[in-house]
Design a protein around this ligand. Structure first.
Ligand code: CP
Ligand code: NVA
Length: 305
């Protein structure tokens, strides 16, 4: 059955946990030298309208690692740059490739491509969501903490695309999530309300980062100005200053709490060099896990299509 990954909302708790456990197995198998070929003969088209290091390379490495291949198209390489309708792009690409991985601005671009595509469409980041990243991050939490359901996750900073995918994850899987965001930079009210209504455990929005750290097993932050918000950088630097994840703030969390950052990190802005380079920080494991998670996603969506 054709299954897209537009946001985490497209999957059940069991399906999200299955991605995590499959990615852990694929990681172990790679370490023990198992060679995979399950996507031999399959090709994925990667349409990226924003820059990327990790997501692009990890999806490409994942596809090659499973025996498949990729065709990468940057924003300026396709007729989308000259306003070809998305519905035409989706139908044409579906005849050439077995899946589409898309990084773009509006979530509606992914939705429109998915509506007309006859191959799976995977969201590799929009302004609204970054679902594959949060799957990789939850995999990292499971590796470090044993499970995600019993963890309290703290999100410190902007109520952005990453925050939205964490909110959906908390609601679907059922773990405690506390977000500390400055006024005016809250997550989307509809996404938050829907998640609070569905979630089995509290999803709380606070103003105080110190309060959010209490009992946090996982502390998570991200850049203060996301891609597309470069003009707001200077203003955001002032507003977000009290939300920096530094040693003083970390002292309010349990000593065995881990720190997540999806990278790229802006040192001495949202996180200090000391915290980023500390033993508590697992950002580079997260970055590695993107490749294993992307294998699990590609395998599941392309092989069951
Ligand atoms: N974390 C992440 O998505 O990084 P890139 O922007 O480099 O892909
Ligand atoms: N919130 C960030 C995530 C980067 C991986 C952005 O959208 O730029």
């Amino acid at each position: 059955m054709l299954h897209h990954l537009e946001s985490l909302q497209d999957f059940s708790k069991e399906e999200l946990l299955a991605f995590i456990h499959r990615a852990i197995t694929l990681k172990e198998e790679r370490l023990s030298g198992v060679r995979h070929q399950q996507l031999a003969g399959k090709t994925v088209g990667m349409i990226f309208e924003k820059v990327s290091t990790r997501t692009r390379v990890s999806f490409e490495a994942a596809m090659y690692g499973l025996g498949g291949q990729v065709i990468f198209l940057s924003g300026r390489d396709t007729q989308l740059a000259r306003s070809e309708p998305l519905k035409d792009m989706a139908r044409v690409m579906s005849r050439y490739v077995d899946g589409l991985v898309v990084r773009t601005f509006g979530q509606e671009v992914v939705t429109e491509l998915a509506k007309y595509s006859t191959v799976p469409v995977i969201n590799a980041l929009t302004d609204l969501h970054h679902p594959c990243q949060i799957l990789s991050d939850m995999m990292t939490v499971v590796e470090k903490k044993g499970n995600i359901e019993d963890c309290k996750v703290a999100w410190i900073g902007d109520g952005n695309n990453m925050a939205h995918s964490w909110i959906q994850a908390a609601s679907i899987i059922g773990f405690e999530l506390v977000l500390a965001c400055p006024e005016g930079y809250d997550p989307d009210a509809e996404i938050l309300a829907a998640a609070q209504e569905q979630g089995a455990k509290p999803i709380t929005l606070l103003r105080s980062p110190e309060e959010a750290m209490v009992g946090a097993d996982v502390v998570n932050t991200d850049v203060w100005a996301s891609m597309g918000q470069e003009d707001e950088q200077e203003e955001r630097m002032k507003i977000f200053a009290p939300y920096q994840v530094n040693s003083e703030l970390m002292a309010k969390a349990p000593a065995d709490g881990i720190v997540l950052h999806c990278l790229p990190a802006h040192r001495e802005e949202e996180i200090t060099e000391t915290v980023l380079e500390s033993d508590q920080c697992v950002a580079f494991d997260q970055a590695e896990n993107k490749m294993h998670m992307h294998k699990a996603i590609l395998e599941q969506l392309l092989m069951t299509k």
